[in-house]
Write a protein that binds this ligand. Sequence first.
Ligand code: HEM
Length: 187
Amino acid sequence: MAVRETKPGRPDGWFKLGRRWRKTVLVTHIVSAGAWIGIDVMVAVLVLTGRFGSSDEVRGLAYEALATFVVWPMLGAGSLSLITGIILGLGTRWGLVRYWWVAIKLVLNIVLCTLILVALRPGMDEVGAYGRDLVNGAPEPAGISNLFFPPAVSLVTLTLATVLAVAKPWGRIRRTSRARRSAGTGR
Ligand code: HEM
């Protein structure tokens, strides 16, 4: 069931965001999530160029750019999305674990940020070294592991999170006693 109300109401009990603050944090939240998606698209382009680029030099430069510029901006955008999302959850009636769409986004955001640190970051030195070898014309035959998965998984997950944010499906995680009474269970 879609949740139709979009106005901020009773907050989660911590604090209530005023109208202006809510809008400011919401804009920051949307911009950071959008930046994160944009960085993912850039990663996909660099990975494809690294794999299918027109020459070893182009391919090597793509891998070097990937290793140098991607991880920290991506983690920054992901962390900002997480922090602003948590502020929005706590400061509005949406709560953090009150509605399915918010709770699922919270889990997805934490999982993706963790994957950037534990799965993407450790391989980047190797990717940079391979890129340098390609530019210098002496690539290691072992090459590097498959780099298509990180941007693919991240883009699918962030698209899902955006759909959840806009559609706000499935309603509350636990129904209130008033909702249970009006549904006829009485408990
Ligand atoms: C995973 C990455 C995320 C993406 C792509 C994302 C995307 C969005 C978008 C596009 C909106 C605007 C929806 C609208 O106004 O109709 C939004 C709102 C919201 N997001 Fe996120 N979000 C993410 C993570 C999070 C997290 C981790 C939380 C909190 C745990 C969160 C909590 C919220 C809340 C509460 C709103 C509604 C704010 C309001 O209307 O006052 N989001 N999100």
